[in-house]
Ligand binder design. Structure first.
Ligand SMILES: CC(C)(COP(=O)(O)OP(=O)(O)OC[C@H]1O[C@@H](n2cnc3c(N)ncnc32)[C@H](O)[C@@H]1OP(=O)(O)O)[C@@H](O)C(=O)NCCC(=O)NCCS
Length: 218
């Protein structure tokens, strides 16, 4: 029986990128690692067992924790709520070369991948994902279940509301203390966008300068 069993919830591409971070973080402990996934996935992935959630719950480990490596923030929230109800705590993950400066407050269950930088005076909510090479600069406020794809550049005095998704390589212009730049709840910023103005809740923007995304009629 494992003393501590840590499940990486989600055995997709991101989950397979996150497991090695967890392995490194827990290398001086006796924790055992598994993937947890209810989808149609092999029983072993990259040398680690894949358990269904009910199998994970039933395992007789002394303590169980989960890392929510699921990019879709709505699913992430749903699963986190279910696991909390089942008495399973989340584990935050922080790659060994993450840079975090002064007065940074980060919520539970976050994943900070390699080369993430959080500078000074930043507030970040729960279950935030920062994929590789992303940064958050001074005086930003990030909500719950926000997702950064790789290489997001979020400059100072920016507010990002809950469930927003920021695509790979996006650049967000700095706001000011009096008027932060605001990315609204559940907004999507497309890969490569250069965001120079507020983005309303629920809206997708793309391009440089970023504009509301209107897919062509086919
Ligand atoms: C903006 C986005 C959400 C739109 O997704 P979608 O609705 O599936 O869009 P499609 O791929 O069907 O593309 C529709 C059109 O928009 C264009 N387009 C898509 N994304 C674009 C972007 N980021 N910037 C500019 N144009 C874009 C496509 O070329 C296509 O143009 P066309 O109609 O002339 O052929 C998506 O493309 C995106 O940028 N997602 C983020 C991806 C990312 O960062 N992944 C990281 C994984 S870790």
């Amino acid at each position: 029986m494992a003393d501590v069993l840590v499940g990486i919830y989600g055995a997709s591409g991101f989950g397979r990128e996150v497991l090695p971070l967890v392995r490194e973080q827990l290398k001086t402990t006796s924790a055992e690692l598994v993937f947890v996934d209810d989808g149609d996935v092999p029983k072993v992935l990259n040398g680690y067992p894949v358990l269904r959630y009910d199998e994970f719950l039933e395992s007789d480990a002394g303590e169980k924790k989960l890392v929510f490596a699921i990019a879709n923030s709505a699913i992430r929230e749903k699963l986190a709520a279910k696991c909390t109800k089942d008495g399973i705590r989340s584990l935050s993950v922080r790659a060994d070369n993450t840079v975090i400066l002064d007065e940074v407050d980060v919520g539970e269950g976050v994943i900070l991948c390699h080369f993430t930088q959080l500078t000074s005076n930043i507030r970040i909510g729960k279950y935030f994902h920062a994929n590789i090479y992303s940064y958050v600069a001074h005086d930003c406020v990030i909500g719950d279940y926000v997702t950064f794809a790789p290489s997001v550049r979020c400059n100072g005095n920016v507010v990002i509301e809950d469930h927003a998704y920021i695509g790979a390589g996006a650049v967000i212009k700095q706001g000011t203390p009096e008027k932060p730049l605001v990315i609204g709840k559940s907004a999507v910023v497309g890969m490569g966008a250069v965001v120079t103005k507020d983005v309303p809740p629920g809206v997708t923007v793309v391009g440089n300068p970023a504009k509301v995304f209107e897919p062509r009629k086919r």
